[in-house]
Write a protein that binds this ligand. Structure first.
Ligand SMILES: [Zn+2]
Length: 142
């Protein structure tokens, strides 16, 4: 919701929970051919994140369930990329108040780059298909 409001206020228009796309992306910016997934750190198994800790009971059940979610996420991203979509993943922990501004600014920057790329502008930045959103956010220290 936070991300949606932010995008809307910056003039982006999108579809939500687009069931016709692999993985039912939370936000699909059709014009930019970009999908945004907002992942809960627990359910999607955010590696190295303090919000992802497997409960002490039923360890096998949870581990299996989360592994399955991760596999499904991975497949959705690959399927979208194969169809020419850009994909951006945002983690729940990146939207906590301390991280939020940096995350949203990084998102905006990423979308601007995609916009430029899609417009066919000659442009030295090569959008790395493997690059996921967190690595971009990590660079926005300025
Ligand atoms: Zn996290």
């Amino acid at each position: 919701m936070l991300v949606r409001r932010f995008l809307f206020s910056h003039g982006f228009r999108y579809r939500i929970h687009a069931k016709t796309l692999p993985g039912t992306p939370d936000i699909a910016l059709v014009g930019l051919r970009t999908c945004i997934f907002i992942n809960g750190c627990f359910w999607h198994g955010h590696q190295g994140c303090s919000m992802y800790t497997v409960p002490k009971s039923n360890v096998e059940f949870w581990t299996h369930k989360i592994k399955r979610n991760q596999a499904r996420d991975h497949e959705s991203l690959l399927a979208l990329k194969a169809q020419g979509w850009h994909t951006i993943e945002i983690w729940e922990c990146q939207l906590l108040p301390k991280q939020r501004l940096k995350t949203l600014q990084g998102l905006l920057r990423t979308l601007n780059l995609i916009q430029l790329e899609n417009s066919g502008a000659t442009f030295t930045y090569h959008f790395d298909e493997e690059e996921t959103f967190p690595s971009i956010a990590a660079e926005s220290e300025d």
